[in-house]
Design a protein around this ligand. Structure first.
Ligand SMILES: [Zn+2]
Ligand SMILES: [Zn+2]
Length: 525
């Protein structure tokens, strides 16, 4: 048996893992879109590095696009089997994947307008909204904790991952000649005691564990509670006469935020003139939440019972579905809370709201979610004084705030606690879904605290699970060599500066200096 890492390795996005059994059955777990910088996004295009027609089953941990976003492409490229997931994930994907298809179409339309003018060949979207709608009929929704037999050798089970509504930890049992082995995929794992979702379920045993490591080196702890901080930011923004703009992921984050806002409004602590959810997808997902409140945690259900309505529906909440309604928000100068997607600000209506509020010193932009490297959100959060939106320079004068407590991911402490609670610890842990700095810190802690062998796989790495042979992680090797080369160049440069000028002509000195700089630049890029 072996596992191949086709995404979510040394990066947070593009989750995609292929298990190949000794009897050649192929199980693909997640098939998400790569997001973030251009190089990573390039992987969404072209052929898959495996043959989709050879895959027997696709298992899906949850609806987030970095886990589900390339599933329509799988069908376009020849996959014919089912996508087995939880019932709620199926329901969410039925709105999220067509939305993602629509975004691909719009992006390609924009690129093609440029290409046409430049005489370049036209591109095709990764998939269309229609392709996505078409693939939903292959989704097979299941309950949590139901043992599902895929065939005589393979069984699976979904456990609540507590990350977003419908999210699952997937346990996979594979029988082979040596006996039975179990691989567990955490998908994205939630933290403990969060509103709306349940805590992540514990695991009794597993032989191999693939665990996410988004916050492998960080803690979500803050001095104030997240609702307390939210209240303070709202109060200060309204006092200075501006709007509060919140880039928010349509799924879970928006609903978490609505729940907190509702509690603050009901307690009389804030009185915004209006709260807008300006994202058709976030509106559709909020409606799915309202239909499935009985799958939420006790606190949420209690709040709903007391108020007699969905706990996310605040009194002065407005869902803006059309482009006209969205544009009308731009006329509001103060007292509004504008929640819009995308959460990392690289697409969607949020860009318009940023354009209209970023330059105003009395408005606030509040980040409540992870911002991947290379996104507009990350640039603003890291203090850019000017950003480009729709080709226009926008000065950043607004107050920039962030609240960490809204993360729907486990932080370092939660991850270690979850592993610590596994009764029979795994023989081997793979750290996935994390940038290398995060995974590396977590790796040392797991090895130190639990003495479990822990590996950080790289993109396209193939890891044999049933033999002693250890794989070679090419990108680690290349990276080590790069560090070596970089150090050697630095030392060469130091030597050159100390003796160079006395030995060669000025012209030769300058030429050599330029050459060393050029090599260094190439190495860095
Ligand atoms: Zn997720
Ligand atoms: Zn994820």
């Amino acid at each position: 048996m072996k596992i191949t890492f086709y995404g979510g390795a040394e990066t947070v996005t593009g989750s995609c893992y292929l298990v190949t059994t000794d009897t050649k059955e192929k199980i693909l777990v997640d098939c998400g879109l790569f997001q973030g910088n251009k190089t990573v996004k390039e992987r969404n295009y072209g052929d898959f590095p495996f043959n989709p027609a050879e895959i027997d089953w696709v298992l899906l941990t949850h609806a987030h696009i970095d886990h589900s976003g390339r599933i329509p492409k799988l069908y376009k490229k020849g996959y014919k089997g089912p996508v087995i997931t939880t019932n709620i994930t199926k329901e969410m994907c039925s709105v999220m994947l067509p939305d993602s298809g629509h975004i691909q179409e719009m992006e390609i339309e924009r690129k093609n307008r440029k290409n046409l003018r430049a005489g370049k060949p036209l591109l095709e979207p990764i998939y269309t909204a229609a392709d996505a709608e078409d693939c939903i009929k292959h989704f097979d929704g299941k309950q949590y904790n139901e043992l599902i037999k895929l065939n005589d050798n393979i069984s699976i089970r979904f456990k609540d991952a507590g990350h977003i509504l419908g999210s699952a930890i997937i346990e996979v049992w594979v029988k082979n000649a040596q006996g039975s082995k179990k691989i567990t995929f955490t998908g994205d794992l939630g933290g403990y005691e969060k509103p709306l979702v349940n805590d992540p379920e514990f695991l009794e045993e597993t032989d191999y564990l693939l665990i996410e490591s988004t916050y492998g080196s960080r803690s979500h702890d803050e001095d104030m509670t997240r609702a307390g901080k939210l209240e303070a930011i709202i109060e200060e923004t309204f006092k200075s006469g501006g709007n509060l703009v919140i880039p928010s992921f349509a799924v879970e984050r928006t609903q978490d935020l609505l729940f907190d806002l509702n509690k603050l409004v009901e307690a009389g602590k804030i009185s915004p003139s209006s709260i807008f959810v300006d994202s058709p997808l976030a509106i559709a997902i909020t409606e799915i939440f309202c239909k499935n409140i009985d799958s939420c945690d006790e606190e949420t259900q209690d709040f709903g019972r007391t108020s007699g309505k969905c706990p996310l529906l605040i009194n002065n909440l407005r869902f803006t579905r059309t482009a006209e309604e969205s544009k009308a928000i731009n006329k509001i100068r103060s007292g509004a809370i504008i929640i819009s997607a995308s959460g990392m600000c690289d697409a969607g209506r949020i860009k318009h709201h940023l354009k209209h509020n970023l330059w105003r010193s009395n408005s606030t932009v509040l980040f409540i979610g992870y911002q991947a490297k290379g996104t507009l959100g990350r640039n603003i959060l890291e203090g850019a004084s000017k950003v480009k939106i729709h080709g226009e320079d926008v000065t950043v004068n607004a107050r920039i705030e962030s609240i960490k407590g809204y993360s729907s991911h486990a932080d370092q402490e939660d991850l270690l606690k979850w592993i610590g609670n596994i009764t029979n610890k795994p023989d081997l842990v793979f750290l996935v879904h994390g940038e290398l700095e995060e995974s590396s810190t977590l790796k040392s802690l797991i090895e130190q605290d639990y003495q479990i062998e822990t590996h950080i796989p790289c993109y396209l790495e193939e890891y044999p699970l049933s033999t002693e042979a250890k794989p070679l992680c090419l990108s680690h090797e290349v990276r080590d060599k790069e560090v070596d080369l970089d150090e050697q160049l630095d030392s060469l440069m130091r030597q050159f500066y100390s003796v160079g000028k006395n030995l060669i002509s000025d012209k030769k000195y300058q030429e050599t200096e330029e050459l060393i700089k050029e090599i260094k630049k190439k190495l860095i890029s």
